[in-house]
Design a protein around this ligand. Structure first.
Ligand SMILES: Cc1cc2nc3c(=O)[nH]c(=O)nc-3n(C[C@H](O)[C@H](O)[C@H](O)COP(=O)(O)O)c2cc1C
Length: 387
């Protein structure tokens, strides 16, 4: 096994071992990719305060997210098509998360279905919902998530209209899928990926095929998907979904103080400060820049979580110091999955945990819950003066 010391090592292996069209699907942002880049580079602007002569024995990163025990305040974000990065990718990632003691969030647009993931895991996972026009499908998928004992519903708000990623269009990763000749040739060189894919039955959108009316084959799946994201989603509908679900609700994709207050008012158990990893509104501010204003806006009305741009345990620690109660990793675990399957996801979690633990100690804190604003040095103009 290659020596893996950081998330970038996993990213290099992911690139080498996964068909280009799927690596590109992961490693891209909308349009100019400004927000995608700044999600990462803005974390670098924040520095840490070195502290010494503090007893550092018996440290712990264990805490709670929405009242649920976690080994560290990190969850796996919902990522569509995870089962194309590696065969049965969602099952592999869910198993790694379960063993590590952190939440796994299954995307509506996953390859493995809710039921498949439930069959291969023993603890509840979280389910991410995209609101579709088809009301029957919507009610049914919420019921399926309940039946599978999912312990939180993550409702994504920032993708009712699809952003554009140039690489996907150039690779033909569009609906319906039209891979270019170059992509097909590239695919034929990824033999390990191909062999694993040949051995699984999970090759399409498992939550949709056979569950949405009239969607029984690839052709009907593509036309259904293209039309279904419901652009009419509003706060009233969010309230109705909350009632339908009846369990812990996390609202994902909040990047504005006013929206954060609305989300708290509808009774969300948590909100995720997120710009979808820079895949939607290019030109939006990075999540880490918006974190403190949003924490201030909602006070203790709801828990504030964050994603977008987290590539290390230091990033997680910075977010905790600035008021987040949880952080999600998207690409960081997908790199691990594409690199080495379940072992790679475990490696990504181990890397992040170790970085967080050592950083916490060197900053003079023994417990993740003691990490506060004093741990970080944030440039005075970090939030920026925007009018
Ligand atoms: C390849 C890819 C697919 C994604 N698919 C979904 C999805 O199906 N549902 C969703 O809510 N978010 C989705 N996201 C967004 C992630 O949940 C998360 O917000 C984002 O990855 C965080 O940024 P990071 O990758 O920089 O950590 C996706 C992200 C990526 C990279």
């Amino acid at each position: 096994m290659p020596v893996i010391t950081n998330i970038d090592d996993l990213k290099r292996l992911h690139k080498k071992r996964t068909p280009k069209m799927f690596y590109d699907y992961c490693e891209s942002g909308a349009w100019t990719e400004q927000t995608f880049r700044e999600n990462v580079s803005d974390f670098d602007k924040i520095r840490l305060r070195q502290r010494v002569a503090v007893d550092m024995e018996g440290r712990s990163t264990a805490t709670k997210m929405i009242g649920q025990d976690v080994a560290m305040p990190v969850a796996l974000a919902p990522v569509g098509l995870t089962g194309m990065q590696r065969a049965d990718g969602e099952i592999k990632a869910a198993k790694a998360a379960e063993k590590f003691g952190v939440p796994f969030t299954l995307s509506t647009m996953s390859i493995c279905s809710i039921e498949e993931v439930a069959k291969h895991t023993t603890k509840p996972f979280w389910f991410q919902l995209y609101v579709m026009r088809d009301q029957q499908f919507l009610e049914n998928i919420i019921e399926r998530a309940k039946k599978a004992k999912c312990s939180a519903l993550v409702l994504t708000l920032d993708l009712q209209i699809l952003g554009q990623r140039h690489k996907d269009l150039k690779n033909g990763l569009v609906v319906p899928i039209k891979p270019k000749l170059g992509n097909l040739l590239n695919l034929s060189t990824k033999w390990q990926w191909g062999l694993e894919m040949l051995q699984t039955k999970n090759k399409s959108f498992g939550n949709i095929v056979g569950h949405a009316k009239g969607v029984n084959n690839l052709g009907s799946l593509f036309s259904w998907t293209a039309e279904q994201f419901d652009p009419r989603l509003d706060w009233d509908k969010i309230k109705r979904i909350k009632e339908m679900w009846g369990g812990p609700l996390i609202l994902k994709g909040v990047l504005d103080e006013e929206d954060a207050r609305r989300a708290a008012d509808v009774g969300a158990d948590a909100i995720i400060v997120s710009n979808h990893g820079g895949r939607q509104l290019d030109g939006a501010l990075s999540s880490i820049r918006m974190l403190e204003p949003i924490v201030k806006a909602v006070g203790d009305q709801t828990e504030v979580h964050i994603d977008s741009g987290i590539r290390s345990g230091q990033d997680v620690l910075k977010a905790m110091a600035m008021g987040a109660k949880g952080a999600y990793i998207g690409r960081a675990y997908i790199y691990g999955l594409g690199a080495m399957g379940e072992a790679g996801v475990t490696k990504a979690l181990e890397v992040i945990h170790k970085e967080m633990d050592i950083t916490m100690a060197l900053c003079g804190r023994k417990h993740i819950e003691d990490v506060d604003r004093d741990v970080v040095l944030v440039p005075e103009d970090f939030e920026g003066r925007w009018a």
